[in-house]
Design a protein around this ligand. Structure first.
Ligand code: ADP
Ligand code: MG
Ligand code: MG
Length: 268
């Protein structure tokens, strides 16, 4: 294992709920990495500490996969817990979408990579539970890398999941209903992410968290002409199957990989 003092923290490149992500230099390998540093003082209770352990455990368990960010190392002292990650590009999918809708062929290539990562997670019994553009990173070769497994959970063999996790725009309705749910929550969130890639807007929105939740629970999926004029009917067909209210009728990640729109994606 690499030692913390061997990394020279440079500038801040990201910030989340518990900690801060820094670019860092590792002299002995002459390489740059990302350090996700979590302030132990902000980890209030056992649940938060659990998140950190799960994050490292899930990433180790799921590696290697071309579309899942691997974990390089972890270390802990009294004040901080640190995860060392490969350094990705400074712009996440969030920044790409903020620039405007993506061309359909580009969105299809990214959706395919996300679904490859999700299929792998779900086959190994791990649900990510926080799929959203901010957690989709890109390596130097522009490969999509699913990251931030802080809310990941093991399911299957009688294990059900519950608990309100995720981000308001992306959270699945069954999560908001407070019942047990399954890995299909990730397909919903990926569908919402794909909707935002293609149109630049989320399918469900409101002025407050409560209003967004209301829309997620009750609004019908619509494709406003102003934002979807040039989007193909095949893309909309996949969106309808992913953003489907009934999880038992919602397409699985594996099935979505075989949807004609995804099969048409050009990965070159
Ligand atoms: P949190 O769990 O607090 O959301 P994340 O792991 O999602 O933390 O990291 C927060 C942000 O930091 C990301 O949205 C991204 O902008 C940036 N970031 C995280 N990991 C990396 C990385 N390996 N390379 C480059 N930027 C990163
Ligand atoms: Mg995050
Ligand atoms: Mg997180």
């Amino acid at each position: 294992a690499l030692m913390k003092q061997q990394y020279e923290a440079l500038e801040e490149i990201g910030r989340g709920k518990f900690g801060t992500v820094f670019r860092c230099f590792h002299p002995s390998s002459n390489q740059f990495y990302a350090l996700k540093v979590i302030d132990n003082g902000l980890l209030s209770d056992a649940t938060d500490r659990h998140c950190l352990e799960v994050e490292a455990k899930a990433m180790t368990f799921l590696s290697p996969h071309p579309n899942i960010l691997e974990i390089i190392d972890t270390f802990q002292d009294a004040q901080t817990s640190t995860i060392v990650l490969p350094l990705c590009q400074p712009r996440t999918l969030f920044e790409h979408i903020a620039d405007g809708p993506l061309p359909e062929s580009h969105a299809a290539s990214l959706a395919k990579q996300l679904l490859e990562a999700l299929t792998h997670c779900h086959e190994l019994g791990v649900a990510h539970r926080d799929i959203k553009p901010e957690n989709l990173l890109f390596d130097e070769a522009d490969n999509l890398k699913l990251s931030d497994f802080g809310f990941a959970e093991w399911f299957g063999e009688g294990r059900t999941m519950s608990g309100l996790v995720g981000s308001p725009y992306y959270v699945a309705p069954e999560v908001l209903m407070g019942k047990d749910y399954d890995e299909k929550v990730d397909v919903w969130s990926s569908g919402v992410t794909l909707y935002a890639m293609l149109s630049g807007i989320p399918p469900f929105y409101g002025d407050s968290t409560e209003e967004i939740f209301e829309a997620v629970l009750r609004s019908n999926l619509r494709f406003p002409t102003t934002n979807f004029r040039s989007v193909s009917s095949s893309a909309k067909d996949l969106l309808r199957k992913m953003i489907c209210r009934d999880p038992s009728r919602r397409i699985s990640a594996h099935q979505a990989l075989n949807h004609p729109w995804i099969l048409s994606a050009d990965l070159s």
